[in-house]
Write a new protein. Sequence first.
Length: 241
Amino acid sequence: MTKRVLVTGASRGIGRAIALVLAKAGFEVVLNYKSNRAKAEATLSQIKAGNGVAGLLPFDVSDREATVAAIEQEVAASGVFYGVVSNAGIAADAPFPALTGDSWDSVIHTNLDSFYNVLHPVVMSMILEKKGGRIVTLSSLSGLAGNPGQVNYGAAKAGIIGATRALAQELAKRKITVNCVAPGLIETDMVAELPLDEAKKRIPMRRLGKPEEVAALVRFLFSEDASYITGQVISINGGML
């Protein structure tokens, strides 16, 4: 039976690249998106064009009730997930004195609360299935080292690291690995408005990473070769840290 994997925020950027590579690796991929159905359908079409198996599952990861309802309905209809990639996230950058309450709340709800909202309704079914599994969360270099103008984003991404390490210890005896990938500057819409020439000077490799490079790391963590790796934070950042 094909193993099913949920990827949140799969319509674009890193999430899209992860969905594509996991489908190519033989997983059935359930593509979550919030509102951009056109891009989600484009990802779905690309997977199917490569003879992969996938489906769409729209919900807002920051909305706990909606997320739980969507996941529980999907599991009841199509079966338990073998793995989850908790990727969906947003940024709302500003110097801390100018950071609004709404910007703090929206980033925390989407980036950190989604850890609970998405994984809590999934984990028990994975445990009861007794077939092991894979969970990969997405943090950031900001969660490891901090970044000016990203106090809210850094707080959320650091929280993901702590939650990942704790959950990994709980699930290790169940043969469910839980690891965190922490990208640096990656070529996505999120960094499009940054002064990239200056940013590249901070990167020892002098270039941004590609979504496909992050996706390759996630694919490895989903492989049998990574079955003894859990509770780890792996940064992919061109040597910045």
